[in-house]
Design a protein around this ligand. Structure first.
Ligand code: GAL
Length: 623
């Protein structure tokens, strides 16, 4: 089996430092064992200080210095930070928040994905950079933009966005009567005469029509896909190097699979401690216990998502080497965590792990963010750990391929659908899928994340598909054909693509009808006859499938028929552990042993697991 050597890299900002120190920085990076350096993603104002006036000398010399030292450069398009003159040129390029206010200049990501003038400017800068550096031998990869959607920037309620949405709708429906019928606009007299009367679904008196809101979410996702594709097409003409984007954790407002289909490698930015404080649903006790190591499953879940988004090829483009500056609390990682996070990424198949950033910046917004070096240029604790990690990686044989036998569907449109119509304040699609992911990890089961449109699922013995709102036919047919056990969960198949209840009642499975749905208060879970309880969501079903689990009042909850299982509720952890235990004991395969290939990471996976658990144990003792 081919094995890849795991590689390390770093994010570097030559424009932040005097030129005299670049060569020394580059030499130290190589000595530290780094082989990749990412540059220029925020450098537009230095590359083009005035419209059409370029300054390439410094960038030419920076790339040469890094390349001569033996580093591979990831060159970026700087389109996440349009310079001030750009905003003066196109004042209407700013995105608007849901309250209808323009978002200002003075930080980053201040653009609307559907502003055609700005898209042209992005193509122009990509063209200029591609022509200049596309065949430069030091430039071995390209990153387009930086963290689409970060800082809540996918959805924009600007006038520009409104016009683009109206156009998108007119192309989708062609005839306004068709739109009225499919959205059900007769309800509350919401019928339109023309596409240009349709507003964005913000600032309505009460909730907007879910069909309207869902189409807006699809439009916004398409805008990101098109924005990215525009630069892809420009760069492809100039380079054969792989094109990459760096996605951000728990950003779900656009369809990452669709963006990823146009790129060569997926990457994401992994900030375990920042995420735990800033975007995790875990309770305060859990957060306190894990404040210096992060939620162990959160990174793993994203690694597995991006392995699929990158069609097998993925990197960590940024990993925190010490405290970040942007979460409510910003602890120091426990000693060993920076190493372990990187090893965990490699164990999930990452080709490269890059750290953010080389030297801590003494100025501007991220002064409190750790780097591999302190502002005075001496090594930080994270830098020291990374140096010894590089030595350790040198002693490893390389990374082989794994072959998980369990698939878990993650579907971006389902996230949008249930954001639009949660029905319970706690219902969140990401959280539902993540709960099941965590349950599988508790059983040590390796998981592939899959797209609901994937048809090649025969390699999986079992596929879990909770909460998929619509478009379930492909998945059902693929599972049927390959006799893959399909485990469907709450809200599966419960809407049409138009966001209406299907004529054949949910979940659109022969032998099951959902006749009522109840959502549950935190303090009123539905206890089961077996272990655990149902939380947040349960469905009243009429069924002729076998009933495997039921509530204390004998309502069917887990139903089975041949290779199909349906979960008519959201299990708490105890119930999930019980259900998964049953499921995997009754099937005649061992999910922990991949069918064809075995995992070989070049080091014993057992060892990794042990050191990982050790780190967790260490920390819980400290707390
Ligand atoms: C990322 C971003 C970087 C830097 C970093 C700080 O989201 O891509 O530019 O801001 O966060 O943690």
């Amino acid at each position: 089996m081919d094995k890849r050597k795991p590689e390390l890299g770093v994010c570097y900002y030559p424009e932040h430092w005097p030129e005299e120190i670049w060569a020394d920085d580059a030499r130290r990076m190589v000595e530290m064992g780094l082989s990749w350096v990412r540059i220029a993603e925020f450098a537009w104002s230095r590359i083009e200080p005035k419209p059409g006036h370029f300054q390439f000398d410094w960038l030419d010399r920076a790339i040469k210095t890094l390349g001569d030292a033996g580093l591979n450069v990831v060159m970026c398009t700087p389109t996440a930070t349009p310079p001030r003159w750009m905003v003066d040129k196109y004042p209407d390029m700013l995105a608007y928040d849901a309250e209808g206010r323009p978002r200002g200049f003075g930080s980053r990501r201040h653009y609307d994905f559907s502003h055609s003038g700005y898209i042209q400017e992005c193509c122009r800068i990509a063209e200029v950079l591609g022509a200049r550096y596309g065949r430069n031998s030091a430039v071995q990869a390209w990153q387009i933009d930086n963290e689409y959607g970060c800082h809540d920037t996918t959805l924009s309620y600007s006038p520009v966005s409104k016009s683009a949405f109206q156009l998108w709708l007119s192309e989708k429906y062609e005839d306004i009567a068709e739109l009225n019928a499919r959205w059900g606009n007769i309800f509350w007299s919401m019928e339109y005469d023309r596409f240009d009367q349709i507003e964005l679904p913000n600032l309505t008196v009460t909730e907007p029509n879910p069909s309207h809101a869902m189409d807006f979410r699809r439009f916004a996702s398409d805008a990101v896909v098109m924005f990215n594709l525009a630069q892809v097409e420009v760069l492809r003409a100039h380079t054969d190097a792989p094109l990459i984007h760096n996605y951000m954790g728990r950003i779900t407002e656009f369809d990452h699979y669709e963006v990823g289909d146009n790129l060569d490698i997926a990457s994401w930015d992994s900030y375990p401690l920042g995420f735990l404080e800033d975007r995790s649903d875990r309770d305060q006790d859990f957060k306190r216990q894990h404040m210096r190591c992060g939620d162990p499953d959160f990174q793993a879940f994203h690694h597995d998502i991006y392995r699929r988004v990158g069609k097998g090829r993925w990197w960590v483009m940024e990993q925190q080497p010490g405290p970040v500056n942007w979460a409510p609390h910003n602890p120091i990682p426990t000693p060993g965590m920076v190493r372990l996070w990187a090893l965990e990424a490699f164990a999930h198949g990452a080709e490269v792990v890059c750290f953010f950033r080389w030297r801590q910046a003494p100025f501007a917004q991220e002064q409190m963010h750790a780097g591999l070096l302190l502002p005075d240029g001496t090594l930080s604790a994270g830098g020291r750990e990374i140096q010894s990690l590089a030595e350790e990686l040198n002693t490893m044989n390389g990374i082989g391929e794994g072959a998980p036998r369990v698939g878990l569907v993650f579907d971006y449109p389902s996230q949008w659908a249930w954001d639009v119509q949660p029905q319970d304040i706690q219902f969140d699609y990401f959280r539902l899928v993540y709960d099941i992911y965590r349950g599988l990890r508790r059983r040590n089961i390796p998981v592939d994340i899959i797209n609901p449109n994937d048809t090649n699922i025969e390699k999986y013995a079992t596929v879990f598909a909770p909460g998929i709102f619509s478009n379930v036919e492909t998945l059902k047919a693929a599972a049927e054909k390959s006799q893959t056990h399909l485990v469907m969960g709450p809200r599966f198949g419960s809407r049409t693509e138009d966001f209406t209840i299907p004529r054949e009642l949910p979940p659109q499975l022969e032998g099951i009808r959902i006749t009522a749905v109840e959502t549950l208060r935190d303090d009123a879970p539905l206890n089961l006859q077996s272990a655990g309880a149902i939380k947040i969501w349960w469905e009243v079903v009429e069924t002729d499938w076998s009933v495997i689990k039921q509530t204390r009042s004998k309502d069917p909850i887990v139903l089975q028929s041949g290779y199909k299982t349906y979960w008519a509720g959201w299990p708490d952890d105890a119930a999930l552990d019980d259900w998964l235990g049953d499921l995997f004991t009754h099937l005649e395969y061992d999910v922990s042993e991949p069918r064809e290939k075995s995992r070989n990471y070049g080091f014993k996976t057992g060892q990794l697991a042990v050191s990982y658990l050790d780190a967790k144990a260490d920390w819980s003792q400290v707390s």
